[in-house]
Ligand binder design. Structure first.
Ligand code: 1BN
Ligand code: ZN
Length: 339
């Protein structure tokens, strides 16, 4: 399909969602369906042109796919499920190898289905500079689809695996710039129907916690990775994200020659970045919301391993690592007044 036709399909789909149409049998997305306009204008920031120090990092995408497969094999991971406990143990086990501080943030969420247990994990790679860059993924799977064969290979597993593949690159290395914290967030999905109170439970809890303990002002950037395993990778420009941080992601993609996968369309997405954005943290939701023809795999039992590719994880993982390098290289200009 040509990009123009594809954009038209995306816009039509999202416009229909806004009118309350259900996506693939899931009732959880309609309220959050974003408005979309075709073709984001690339914006250049001549001021943010400092060259990063040292070599670029690259993830091992074969391992990222293996992690995805392992997470999928744990079963569905909705709040209160056996799979939720299994993925918690899986993460504990994997992150143990990193010899870094791991913050566990367990809480009980009030949801339309009653009280549900949730637990975020944050692996903290200490940097040389004062300040933190957060990279997050949600670990839960769609709750309304819990009685189907839905497994969330792309939506949940792929980016949880991506963070673990990034941890592999950070492990044992001196982190020269800001600290990098990998946030594995629970309860991103709506329990009944996406609203501001029925969604992003883990992110809201962590943002409130970090507001209280003084962490929020230290956060230089909060990146969300979501649905990035899609073999047909096209990442939208999110209008709810911080424009200069979106520009920096695009710059990172251009530096690696991956720009054709970035920002063919734009849309205002509701995701785990919103609680942090409301607190004034610079945020970027790196998400591919064009999953299958007419988004037909999103929130359906068709979200399975065969729709994913290691190349997509390579591209998104490497661009995220490059974005972190650019944030560090340009920190004097970006954060001059907030230091
Ligand atoms: C992303 C993956 N989201 C849920 N699973 C957030 C979202 C919900 C994005 C509805 C668009 C529409
Ligand atoms: Zn989802």
């Amino acid at each position: 399909m040509s990009m123009t036709a594809k954009n038209w399909v995306i816009c039509t789909l999202l416009a229909l969602s806004m009118l309350g149409c259900k996506q693939g049998g899931s009732s959880s997305t309609a309220a959050a369906a974003p408005q979309s306009t075709p073709q984001a204008k690339p914006v250049s920031h001549p001021a943010l042109d400092a060259e990063p120090q040292g070599p670029a990092l690259h993830i091992d995408s074969t391992r990222a796919m293996e992690y995805t497969r392992e997470i999928v094999a744990l079963g569905p991971r909705w709040p209160g499920s056996k799979g939720q406990e299994k993925v918690a143990n899986y993460l504990r086990n994997k992150l143990k190898a990193d010899h870094v501080e791991v913050e566990e943030d367990a809480f009980t969420a009030d949801t339309p289905a009653g009280k549900l247990p949730m637990r975020n994990f944050v692996a903290k790679f200490q940097g040389a500079k004062d300040g933190v860059i957060i990279l997050s993924s949600h670990i839960d799977t769609n709750y309304p689809l819990r009685n189907t064969t839905y497994i969330g290979a792309n939506d949940g597993a792929s980016t949880t695996a991506l963070l673990l593949a990034i941890a592999d690159q950070l492990r044992g290395r001196k982190v020269e710039g800001y600290s990098v914290w990998l946030a594995f967030l629970d309860g991103e999905e709506a329990i009944d129907h996406w609203t501001s109170t029925d969604s992003v439970y883990g992110s809201r809890h962590l943002a409130d916690k970090w507001q209280q303990d003084g962490t929020i002002p230290k956060i230089k950037g909060f990146l969300v990775a979501d649905m990035l395993g899609d073999a047909d990778l096209d990442i939208l420009r999110d209008q709810n994200s911080t424009p200069w941080l979106e520009d920096l992601v695009l710059k990172a993609a251009q530096r690696l020659g991956y720009q054709s996968h970035f920002f063919p369309y734009q849309s205002a997405v509701e995701d785990d970045h919103l609680p942090f954005s409301r607190m004034g943290v610079p945020v970027a939701d790196i998400i591919d919301l064009d999953y299958g023809y007419n988004n037909s795999y999103h929130h359906t039992p068709q979200d399975t391993m065969d729709k994913l590719s290691p190349r997509s994880l390579q591209i998104s993982g490497d661009v995220i690592l490059e974005t972190i390098r650019l944030l560090n290289a340009n920190s004097d200009k970006l954060f001059a007044t907030s230091k």
